[in-house]
Every structure is written in structure tokens, then in C-alpha cells.
Design a protein around this ligand. Structure first.
Ligand code: CA
Length: 582
């Protein structure tokens, strides 16, 4: 037994409450080292009458480790526990005090989860598991009102946007196209920033209380959100609270009045006199002097930004905020932010833009979810860039799933392209590969988000090329891809297993993958052949429900517990097995 690889801690992804009754515990061990793991658990004040045992199962495996998990209700909401580990002929017990050859008797030495507080559990809104988002970059989606166009807008059909160009897209354009958005089947939309700013992307806010006049006004946003709600579609907006724009009134005051300004402490000023340009005398987003970093530790700034956050819920009834550069803002601001927003709307979605491990923000007191960039990268490397094999993809996804509590994975925001990255079809450069990548995105735990235009086959390299005006003429749209996306969205929404089932790779070798998602109501299998030749894949249902094909382009055979699928080059097949008693 490789005890040095064994790890557990009574915190974060290793020990957490999933709901008001259930605690999940995980243990990490060297890959293939342990044959069985048991938890011995009970209540610390009545060990004798409450002690029980339960087996852990392997919930994921990566290059180096197996991750074992058990789910159970602690007696009296308190939990003491130890692990019994078996490797070959060796049996060891593992407690907070380390390893022992004999069964430990004193529960005081065990791991401890003191008390299950429902108020402290991370509970992302229920609706997010069942959400499919559509991302809109408002300057480029549709121009519904030429009267509000910025000076010098370029013709909509030109598809070579420069970094500072305007095409005239606005909120009226979105309202005009709302039937199209609904026809895709999505049930949520995410808008990049809408507030007055100096750029076409609006990430440099000048006035947090004002819709950019190029886009419309508060009344129009209110009507637009209402129209989405009437169609069962939720709306989340982008909040840029890490930094403002250089035209934000308090920063202008600092530029005018220097140290005498009442707003000097609203920012992170380093030197006097204030210098802008290429060597700013204040902290910025990156080193962008037109994006001065806000001092969110200042109570006045906190109060101001919390007012902004509440304002747009009160005024327009929005359903969530996506938080830009969220990990460079202080934690205490986000704690106050969560309390303020959840008090207004308990099922409000708080989504942080964080590219790295985000556990510190996902303990129940700050965000509901983060943008799942690590998954994006793994998916693109396998399906679009052919840079890794199937086994490596499975390791990367499994490691990610094991690094967070289950409810974090279920509420993750899964993107495969955005206004910040080259478009999927350009990266994959093959429709079949792009479809496979999208299918994989839609079967991952977490809510998938479709970037506007990907569904009609738009291409584009890195920003600003990925921000071309939406293609609306039917003859320039890829109708086959559009049908595929509509079907994909309805697949996701029709199957509870894809929204909240368990997730496992039952096959991952070379360029072939089979994923199983199990739910009380059904099991769903999704098979991929990412190779350039026809492939036959055999896998076992492990004696569980027998599936039948429901969508895809391969053939299927079932004998005893063994499924054989034969898939064409870059083919895929979705299988489903409803529960017998359903
Ligand atoms: Ca316009």
C-alpha cells in the first residue's frame, strides 16, 4: 500500500454537505493501489449506538490517483469518521492521526465534521443544472435601431471587425430576434456588458447605472428581460467590478482633483501626480490605464457597487450576474455581494470568471459557480486540436470533477468558445469535429453555453475576429449545423441524466470515448469515435440497464452485458436506457 499517496482532509472537495441531510467524503489514493475502502462513522457523543460502516466507490481516476467517494447522512447531523483501506493482503486504518495496523478504538482520533448547517451549504440555484445558455455580444448580434448607432458604423455584412469598430448592434435587435433565440430551445441568455462605456465591448464602465445609449435604455432592457421571462428564458448580465473605465465619474474626479479628490481611496493610487498612459500611477486591470482597479475594500466603494448590483435586479428583474475578473476582487466584497443578491432573489445565479482552481470562492459564502475554462481547454485539445488522446482527456476531466464538490460541477458554466477565444469551427476546422466537441460539452455536468453564431457555422480567429456581426441571411447560414444544435439542446433538456446524473468514462482509449451518466430515471451513454477510420467499440453495461440508440450515426449491437457500437470516422452515437420502473 502506498500510504504516502493517500490523502484526506475534512474540508472542501474531500468532505462537504451536498444537501440538508447528506455529506460526501472523498479519499485520494495511488491509482489501482486499493481494492476496497470503507468509512467507519458515527456520532461523537454516542459512538457506541451510532457507529456504522459504508463502502466508498471509485468516483474518478486520473494519471496518478483514484478518488474514492461515499455519500451518507450523518447521525444527528454530526460526523466522526475513519477509513479502512485494503490493498492486497494488507489492511490499514486511516484517521486524522495517521495510519494504524489495528482498528482504532478512540473516535477522538478520527476525522471530524462538526455539524451540518443547511445555511452554510453551497446551494446553487436548482434551475442552473437544467439551463442551456446562449451568449450574446450585443454590439454584434442584431441592429434593431439605426437611430442609436455610433458615428461611423460599418456595414453589417462586413466580416472583418477591427478592435475599435462599431456595427450598431443593440437591445432592440435582440428583442426583434427573440423568436429565433427561443426557437433554438435555450432557456437562458448571457449578455456581455450593457452599461455605458468607451469601447465596443463595454468592459470599461463609465456609468454603472446607465445602459449604453448605443444599446438602448433601462426601459428597453426591462421590456427585453420581461419578454425573455415570458418565454421561460432567464437572463444574466456581466458585472465589471474589478475595475471601472477611465471615464467613470469618480476616477475623472481623481484626475481633476488629485489627492484632494473625495474618491482618491476608491482606487489603488500609487503615486502623485496621477499619470495615465503607458505608465499609470495606479493599479489597473492588467496594465490597461483606461481600466483603473477599484478599491473594493473601501466601504464607500462596496456600498456603491452593491447598489449597482441590486439596482438592475430591482429595475429589470435579471436572474444572475457574471463577474468579470472575479478572482482579483477581495473575498469580503463577494461575501457581502452574495448576501445582498440572495436576499433580493433566492435563486439568483452568481457566476465568477475564474480560469484556475476556484475552490476558495465556492465554499457557500461567495459564488454559485465559475466559468469552466479547465474543461474548455481539455475538450478543445482532444476534439478540436487533436493534441491529446482519449485517456488523457478522461484524466483531465476526472481530476477536475474530483477537485470540486458535486454541486459545484453541476452548476459549472461550460463554454467551448466565447468573445475572448477563437471560434470552435475555426479551431476544429472540421464540422464533424466541432459537432463532437459540442456534444461532449453538452453531456458534461454543468450548464452549457452556446456562443452566438456558432450554431450557424460562423468562423473567426482570436478577438476581434471572433466578434463578427451575426450572420442572418439564410443562404450564408449552415442549416445542417443549426439543426444539429437544436437537436443537441433538446437532447440535453430532455434527459435528467445529462443534467444531474453521475458522470463516468466507461471507455477512453486512443481516439474513442464512451461516457455514462446515471440517474434514478435513466442511464445515458454517449459514444465518440474521434479517429479518421471506422471503429468498433466494446464496453460493458456492468449488468445495469440495457440501452438503445436514440441519436447518432453508428450501428449498435447488444449481447448479454456487452454493447458493441460501430462508428464511422468522427461519428458518435447516443444511447439511452430508461429505468425499468419508469
Ligand atoms: Ca443600433
Amino acid at each position: 500500500m502506498h500510504v504516502e499517496a493517500i490523502y484526506h482532509r475534512s474540508a472542501d472537495s474531500y468532505c462537504y454537505a451536498y444537501d440538508d441531510r447528506t455529506v460526501h467524503i472523498r479519499l485520494r489514493a495511488k491509482k489501482d493501489d486499493l481494492q476496497t475502502v470503507k468509512a467507519i462513522y458515527g456520532d461523537k457523543y454516542d459512538w457506541e449506538h451510532t457507529a456504522k460502516e459504508t463502502p466508498l466507490y471509485k468516483m474518478a481516476t486520473d494519471e496518478l490517483f483514484d478518488y474514492w467517494q461515499a455519500e451518507f447522512a450523518p447521525p444527528h447531523r454530526r460526523l466522526r469518521y475513519a477509513f479502512e483501506l485494503v490493498s492486497g493482503k494488507r489492511k490499514l486504518w486511516y484517521t486524522e492521526q495517521g495510519f494504524s495496523e489495528s482498528k482504532p478504538r478512540d473516535p477522538l482520533s478520527f476525522f471530524d465534521y462538526p455539524f451540518l448547517w443547511p445555511s452554510e451549504i453551497l446551494k446553487p440555484p436548482e434551475w442552473v443544472k437544467g439551463a442551456v445558455f446562449y451568449q450574446i455580444f450585443p454590439e454584434r448580434f442584431a441592429n434593431g435601431d439605426p437611430a442609436n448607432d455610433p458615428a461611423g458604423v460599418r456595414p453589417w455584412e462586413q466580416d472583418d471587425p477591427g478592435p475599435h469598430d462599431y456595427f450598431g448592434g443593440d437591445l432592440q435587435g435582440v428583442l426583434d430576434r427573440i423568436d429565433y433565440i427561443q426557437s433554438l430551445g435555450v432557456n437562458a441568455v448571457y449578455f456581455t456588458p450593457l452599461f455605458e462605456a468607451n469601447t465596443n465591448h463595454k468592459y470599461d464602465t463609465a456609468d454603472y447605472f446607465k445602459i449604453d445609449p448605443h444599446f438602448g435604455d433601462t426601459e428597453l432592457l426591462r421590456r427585453l428581460v420581461q419578454a425573455f421571462h415570458d418565454r421561460g428564458i432567464r437572463v444574466i448580465l456581466d458585472a465589471v467590478f474589478n475595475h471601472s473605465g477611465i471615464r467613470f465619474a469618480p476616477f475623472r474626479d481623481v484626475l481633476e482633483n488629485g489627492r484632494e479628490s473625495a474618491y482618491w481611496d476608491w482606487f489603488h493610487m500609487k503615486d502623485y501626480p496621477v499619470a495615465t498612459g503607458s505608465k499609470p500611477s495606479y493599479h489597473c486591470f492588467a496594465f490597461e490605464s483606461h481600466m483603473p482597479k477599484l478599491n473594493t475594500a473601501n466601504p464607500e466603494v462596496r456600498a456603491y457597487l452593491l447598489d449597482v448590483a441590486r439596482h438592475w435586479v430591482n429595475e429589470c428583474d435579471i436572474d444572475g450576474w457574471r463577474l468579470d475578473v472575479a478572482n482579483e476582487v477581495d473575498h469580503e466584497f463577494w461575501r457581502q455581494f452574495r448576501k445582498a443578491l440572495k436576499a433580493l432573489k433566492p435563486d439568483f445565479y452568481i457566476l465568477g470568471e475564474i480560469w484556475h482552481d476556484a475552490m476558495p470562492w465556492l465554499r457557500g459564502d461567495q459564488f454559485d459557480a465559475v466559468m469552466n475554462y479547465p474543461a474548455t481547454e481539455a475538450v478543445l485539445r482532444f476534439f478540436a486540436k487533436d493534441a491529446i488522446d482519449a485517456e488523457t482527456l478522461s484524466h483531465q476531466i476526472n481530476r477536475l470533477l474530483a477537485s470540486y464538490p458535486r454541486q459545484v460541477n453541476e452548476a459549472a458554466f461550460n463554454i467551448i468558445g466565447s468573445h475572448d477565444t477563437p471560434r470552435l469551427l475555426t479551431v476544429a476546422n472540421d464540422e464533424r469535429k466541432a459537432m463532437q466537441a459540442a456534444l461532449f460539452q453538452f453531456i458534461l455536468p454543468g450548464a452549457p453555453c452556446l456562443y452566438y453564431g456558432d450554431e450557424v457555422g460562423m468562423r473567426g480567429g482570436a478577438d476581434p475576429d471572433c466578434r463578427k456581426p451575426m450572420v442572418w441571411e439564410k443562404q450564408r447560414q449552415n442549416g445542417e449545423l443549426l439543426d444539429f444544435y437544436r437537436r443537441l439542446i433538446s437532447l440535453r433538456l430532455a434527459h435528467p441524466a445529462l443534467q444531474e446524473g453521475s458522470f463516468e468514462f466507461v471507455y477512453a482509449r486512443d481516439r474513442q470515448i464512451v461516457v455514462r451518466r446515471k440517474h434514478a430515471s435513466e442511464h445515458v451513454y454517449v459514444c465518440f469515435n474521434h479517429g479518421g477510420a471506422q471503429e468498433r467499440i466494446l464496453f460493458s453495461t456492468d449488468g445495469q440497464l440495457s440501452p438503445v440508440p436514440i441519436w447518432g450515426n453508428g450501428t449498435f449491437r447488444m449481447a448479454d452485458d456487452t454493447v458493441t457500437v460501430t462508428l464511422p470516422p468522427f461519428g458518435w452515437l447516443v444511447l439511452a436506457a430508461p429505468a425499468q420502473d419508469d
